[in-house]
Design a protein around this ligand. Sequence first.
Ligand SMILES: *Cc1c(COP(=O)(O)O)cnc(C)c1O
Length: 399
Amino acid sequence: MPIVDEPLPRPRRWGAPELARLTAMVDQDSLFYWHGPQTAALATEFRRHYPFAHLFATSSGSAALHVAVAALRLRPGDEVIVPPITDMGSVIGILYQQGVPVFADVDPHTYNLDPAAVRRAITSRTRAIMPVHLAGNPADTTALAALAREHGVALIEDCAQAWGALHQGRPVGLAADLACYSFNDYKHLSCGDGGIVATCRADLGPTLTPWGDKHYDRTVPGLRDPADLAPNYRMSEPQAAVAAAQLTRLTAIVARRHHAGQLLTSLLADLPGVIPPRVTPGNTHSYWFYFLRLDLARLGCPRAAWVEALRAEGATATAGYIPTPVYRYRVFQNHNFFGGAWPVRDAGLTKMDYREVNCPNAESILTDGVVLPLNEAMSDTYIAKVAHAIRTVTTRLQK
Ligand SMILES: *Cc1c(COP(=O)(O)O)cnc(C)c1O
């Protein structure tokens, strides 16, 4: 019998609150977002957790990030500093706005942007710093916001993986000039696909909606004379209905995940060979997943063997998160951003060569990191079994 003798617990994600909103929605005569009651409800529910003055609901988290970058009105060749362990969604909008993602290395224990590395990456072309709260672990936005202020650049927080996470007691995103969230199906909260971009800045706030809606001015009915080029990234009413209902579950989901993650870390303490993720004191990690590292020298076996042994004990685990840092993806190595070319570089507006980028901490984390699923349906008993399996396997392989 394997140590983890029960299947991976899976939460039931949708039910009465979603059904109630969708049922009400069926009586509407329009599913368009402008003056839509579901879109309004989504804003209300979102603000219960994230009291931003301005927000726009988007078709995805990537769209939210694109709107955030567009709202800063990057000039071609302007730079945005990003971490190399993230989703493509963090960088897609930067590239489409003809900006240049500049990868700075991450901290070896939180896996988040290292403020010292960010400082070294700042140039006269830097326009923004974009921390990603990886796996739900808050990045050091105190240091990064101070750095952004010092250099007169914007802070964009990518909160896609960090619903419910708190930085020094405050929901992630609130320290930023622009904050972005995702409702894609794998995130803590899902409406199939969706996102939110939000700001407290009075100058940027009114521009979010135009940047996500073709730069039409919907306050003047029928006006069609956009002054800027912007995509259609609108969220429609059915998605907003589900997203609004999902937000009513946020506190319970995150309380359970936070507890489970902390429990697992406490049960793995002082286990040579296994390095749990580090949470800065005062922060609340919301555990989109649990990301630990192996001390391979100490372990004396490859990561794949450890993961294989853990799986044989009934646990679910994956060797690594993304296969390589984002700058090693083919699209970056070949600078294949627009039909096999990169216009801003061809025009001499950047000298960036992604084949020369190397972030050693990010490389190491992705070489020895292991991802364990974590969700709100996991009981303490289940977590204890996973921890027991990890201890058993680690001790056995070390001999
Ligand atoms: C999920 C995610 C996004 C956005 O993804 P979408 O699928 O477009 O909603 C952006 N950044 C990070 C770090 C993510 O994990």
